[in-house]
Design a protein around this ligand. Structure first.
Ligand SMILES: NC(=O)C1=CN([C@@H]2O[C@H](COP(=O)(O)OP(=O)(O)OC[C@H]3O[C@@H](n4cnc5c(N)ncnc54)[C@H](OP(=O)(O)O)[C@@H]3O)[C@@H](O)[C@H]2O)[C@@H](O)CC1
Ligand SMILES: Nc1ncnc2c1ncn2[C@@H]1O[C@H](COP(=O)(O)OP(=O)(O)O)[C@@H](O)[C@H]1O
Ligand SMILES: [K+]
Length: 502
């Protein structure tokens, strides 16, 4: 799904209005109805609701919503902050309609006025500012937001938590509503996909308001989310006549004393991701345990105590790094391999730390190599960024510079392609924040490459499947009990969901 900027969303609204021959007030009514339906599904009409409105169109949504809720029997009231010289035309229109219905349920607050304490059972709707925010909140609106944040009431933000920019992240001290839920119209705002905004958005629900498909299809963006539809479109069903030679050879390279488990997990994940043949290349000391853990995989001695040589089996796709350690011999072997490599390649964990210590290696990486750093590994490779969105921008610059795919891991892992396109993943959960989860991802990605997926497709599909396996595992056992070894066991169900088989 495409992610649009605040400006593009405005254009999309305007395009839809023109295309459908409706008024902007009609579209606002649609937006308010979508919010009302969501509220109806989650809160009975005995719930007292206070809608806090601004004077722009976000406030207009709030005023329309108050009217619709009143008509549905909710005890709803609107409070309007007089923060500007005038209302937007549609907000003014909706103020008039609400006034005609229930004038006593509207209160206008003048600058410097605040809500007196609210009873805890009142549901607060934040319709102060939406995508029209054009500067950080200051003075009265800022302190009003801080005051609301100090209350213990449930807050539901309309379109965006007020004060949160769509296309950048706020300063840490900025006044931004902290909502439990955000009901956003049709698209993710890019900020929602970053950890700094999560404390403000709470759970995000996207409400379809029928915006123009023509505009959406025709409008360029470099930012997307990978959801079920994208993943299903990337998935290539297995050839019924295929044999093990048709589904590629995977060679996972890593493991060291005390960290054989990491490469065992990658191996297991590759086996569960459809690879025809899987090899584990690890130090000899790991032979017995690796063969016992994954009898389906073949063992290659890559050294005695540490990885000392990296040599690809014929036509194998290599995934290098899990548990590999950073011994000088290993670094030298990696450099030799990268100098000669020309096929698909995945680099993770210690392979990335070794590259970070010898940055010239970045120039030697074969085109479209997939690297899978977590934010700290990314920092070692490419330096610090002031916030996580600027870190993604740094990833985009480096993916284009080195012609590689960067899988920047996190809650919404960003898959950044050599074109600069950035795909935020939508599966996965905090249960996966446990040692070894990343090793599993390396196995999945390498197996997809071996089966002929392009690096861009393997990275997007693999990250989605990894997160989905985590979501299915967490649904079965809970997030706390989830361990990385569970993830390969759920890959089957994750794959089956792609063909609608779950
Ligand atoms: N377009 C459509 O058809 C649809 C739009 N929809 C809805 O419209 C929303 C966007 O509405 P919008 O563009 O009117 O902007 P909005 O967020 O209400 O804020 C503008 C007001 O805030 C003010 N202001 C800004 N920054 C400020 C600050 N830091 N501190 C103080 N004031 C500040 C600004 O005043 P000014 O900059 O002139 O001082 C102006 O008064 C969108 O999020 C969605 O909810 C839906 O109904 C679907 C159909
Ligand atoms: N809170 C979270 N939500 C979603 N995914 C997560 C979360 N925490 C971790 N993950 C995923 O788990 C994996 C952890 O990788 P990594 O940090 O390399 O772990 P390890 O080195 O222990 O294998 C990544 O794919 C990451 O996206
Ligand atoms: K809002």
């Amino acid at each position: 799904m495409k992610i649009f900027t605040a400006r593009q969303i405005r254009e999309c609204d305007a395009f839809t209005i023109q295309e459908e021959g409706i008024t902007s007030a009609d579209l606002m009514e649609r937006a308010a109805n979508a919010c009302a339906s969501w509220l109806q599904q989650h809160y009975s009409n005995h719930t007292p609701v206070l809608v806090v409105c601004g004077m722009g169109n976000n406030g207009g949504d709030g005023l329309a919503l108050t009217r619709i809720l009143l008509q549905q029997g909710y005890p709803a009231r609107a409070v309007v902050l007089r923060h500007a010289a005038q209302f937007s035309p549609d907000a003014a229109h909706n103020l008039t309609l609400l006034h005609q219905l229930m004038p006593e349920n509207i209160r206008i607050l003048e600058p410097g006025q605040y809500l007196s304490t609210l009873s805890e059972d009142i549901l607060v709707i934040d319709a102060l500012f939406g995508t029209g925010l054009n500067r950080p909140l200051e003075d009265w609106p800022a302190s009003f937001v801080q005051e609301l944040n100090a209350l213990s009431n449930t807050v539901i933000a309309i379109d965006t938590p007020s004060g949160l920019p769509a296309d950048s992240l706020p300063e840490p001290e900025a006044a931004v509503i902290r909502a439990q839920y955000t009901l956003s119209f049709q698209f993710y705002k890019r900020s929602f996909l970053h950890p700094e905004a999560a404390v403000h958005t709470g759970a995000v629900h996207l409400l379809d308001i029928g915006l123009s498909t023509q505009y959406i299809t025709a409008t360029h963006t470099q930012y997307y989310t990978t959801g079920a539809a994208t993943a299903a479109a990337l998935y290539k069903p297995r050839n019924p006549f295929g044999h093990k030679g048709s589904f590629g050879k995977v060679q996972l390279v890593g493991g060291s004393y005390g960290k054989m488990g990491a490469i065992a997990l990658s191996t297991r994940a590759a086996l569960r991701s459809g690879a025809g043949l899987v090899f584990t290349a690890a130090p000899e000391t790991g032979n017995t345990i690796l063969q016992v853990l994954n009898p389906e995989a073949m063992f290659i001695a890559a050294g005695k105590e540490v990885v000392e040589k990296i040599k690809a089996e014929d036509k194998a796709v290599l995934g290098i790094g899990p548990g590999m350690g950073q011994a000088p011999e290993t670094g030298a072997a990696l450099l030799r391999y990268i100098r000669s490599a020309n096929g698909s390649l995945v680099l993770d964990a210690d392979a990335l730390n070794l590259v970070a210590a010898e940055k010239d290696m970045l120039h030697l990486l074969p085109a479209h190599t997939i690297i899978t750093p977590h934010p700290r590994e990314f920092e070692r490779l490419f330096g610090k960024a002031p916030d996580s969105m600027l870190q993604v921008e740094l990833a985009r610059a480096n993916a284009m510079k080195y012609n590689i795919c960067i899988v920047l891991k996190g809650h919404h892992t960003a898959v950044v392609l050599p074109t600069g396109a950035c795909w935020y993943n939508t599966t996965g959960n905090a249960g996966m924040a446990t040692g070894g989860s990343g090793d599993v991802l390396t196995g999945i990605l390498t197996a997809l490459l071996a089966q002929g997926y392009t690096p861009a497709d393997a990275a997007r599909l693999g990250v989605y499947l990894h997160g989905l396996a985590g979501d299915l595992a967490a649904a079965a056992s809970g997030q706390e009990a989830l361990i990385a070894g569970d993830l390969p066991d759920w890959l089957g169900a994750a794959f089956r969901s792609l063909s609608g088989d779950l």
